[in-house]
Design a protein around this ligand. Structure first.
Ligand SMILES: *Cc1c(COP(=O)(O)O)cnc(C)c1O
Length: 375
């Protein structure tokens, strides 16, 4: 008897490794979990009440069309409800976009390093990932994208702000880019962190969607709205593409609890906005403090920052953990630190200082060293 046969493309996908568990689960007190770009604040009471009111009905399937939530999002962005498609987190929405446009032999372009799910989702769809290296400022190299477009290209993913580096795209540069992309190639602007993005001239996905017939936008309720545990995100896509997304969507992938929570969160948007403003203030404070100490911190408009530590990354992650903060290392490249709740900012700055004391600063400190240590 032979081994069970699974699709051979899957061997290119690494086995799933469990991430760091939440502090309570590993018995560490006062540990800040800054590894997943989550919102550190728990749900608003109004959102909890809305969910609680539905708990007695979870014997029923969710409403597949998510009509109330669809109407609310369509109204919020002044788009056709037929353009709005939900998924089990925007990761499923990105998966829908890939599977609706690309299969075996087709190519999907994205920046690298960017969201770690992109290559996995492309490979799982049987398509070919094409990674476009980031530029020297840790941002998208749009010329590099154009150079890699072939007649096999079906989809382009732009991540703005880019996870994990935090860098943004400008509106005009993306317009000029879209002018040069063949109009039968779909371009997705993944705006998972759009609410944290304060760059005035940043690429505005919804405006680009209105102007270009091949542009779609992906949004999530996981980050600014604080619903990562419930799994709900959406695409705003050209209507033809939107109906293709519905065909490949996981049936009943968005639970009724998720729909209700998302709707309640949209209603509480200004209240949530205050939390987002606070987190943005913390981000600015942390980045300023680190730069003043001589660190090279790339521009960031997300709820996280990137330290390009290179070869020092893994040891640095270990040291930060000993200081009580759990971060996301990308060995050999750098580490991503999410902005946390009250007290996290000071802890980040102090913990990163320990890296200097112990000499684990990698490339992230070089430029300061050259200019003479400003400590
Ligand atoms: C977090 C994130 C998402 C989506 O997360 P979901 O929880 O699946 O909605 C999508 N894109 C990027 C770049 C992200 O960082």
């Amino acid at each position: 008897m032979g081994e069970l046969r699974v699709r051979k493309e899957l061997s290119a996908i690494p086995d799933y490794k469990a991430g760091k568990t939440a502090p309570s689960a590993i018995g560490v007190k006062d540990m800040f979990k800054l590894s997943s770009n989550e919102n550190p604040f728990g749900p608003l009471p109004s959102v909890v009440d809305a969910i609680a009111g539905h708990l007695g009905s979870i014997n029923r399937y969710p409403e597949m069309a998510a009509s109330a939530l669809t109407a609310a999002v369509a109204e919020r962005y002044e788009v056709d409800p037929a353009a709005v498609v939900f998924g089990s987190g925007s990761v499923e929405v990105v998966s829908q976009l890939i599977r609706a446009t690309a299969g075996s032999g087709d190519e999907v372009l994205f920046a690298w390093r960017s969201f770690e799910a992109y290559p996995l989702l492309v490979l799982a769809a049987g398509a070919t990932p094409v990674r476009v290296p980031l530029n020297d400022d840790f941002g998208h190299d749009l010329e590099g994208f154009l150079e890699r477009i072939t007649d096999r290209t079906r989809l382009i993913l732009l991540c703005n702000p880019n996870n994990p580096t935090g860098t943004t795209l400008g509106h005009e540069e993306v317009e000029r880019f879209l002018d040069r992309v063949p109009s039968d190639i779909a371009v997705v602007i993944d705006e998972a962190y759009v609410q944290f993005n304060r760059r005035p001239d940043t690429a505005d996905g919804i405006r680009l969607y209105r102007k270009f017939p091949n542009v779609a936008v992906a949004h999530t309720f996981s980050k600014a709205y604080g619903l990562a545990g419930l799994r709900v995100g959406y695409a705003i896509a050209p209507v033809g593409l939107a109906s293709a997304l519905r065909k490949v969507a996981l049936p009943f992938g968005v639970t009724q609890l998720a729909q209700i929570a998302a709707l309640a969160s949209l209603k509480a948007e200004s209240e949530l906005g205050e939390r987002v403003d606070w987190l943005v203030g913390e981000r600015i404070a942390v980045v300023d403090a680190l730069r003043r100490k001589g660190w090279r911190v790339p521009e960031t408009e997300g709820n996280f920052l990137w330290l390009p530590l290179g070869a020092a990354t893994s040891e640095a992650a270990q040291i930060l953990e000993e200081q009580g903060i759990l971060i996301r290392p990308f060995p050999g490249e750098g580490l991503r630190i999410s902005i946390g709740g009250p007290g996290a900012a000071e802890l980040i700055v102090d913990a990163v200082e320990v890296l200097v004391e112990k000499g684990h600063t990698g490339g992230a400190f070089e430029h300061a060293a050259k200019e003479g240590l400003q400590r």
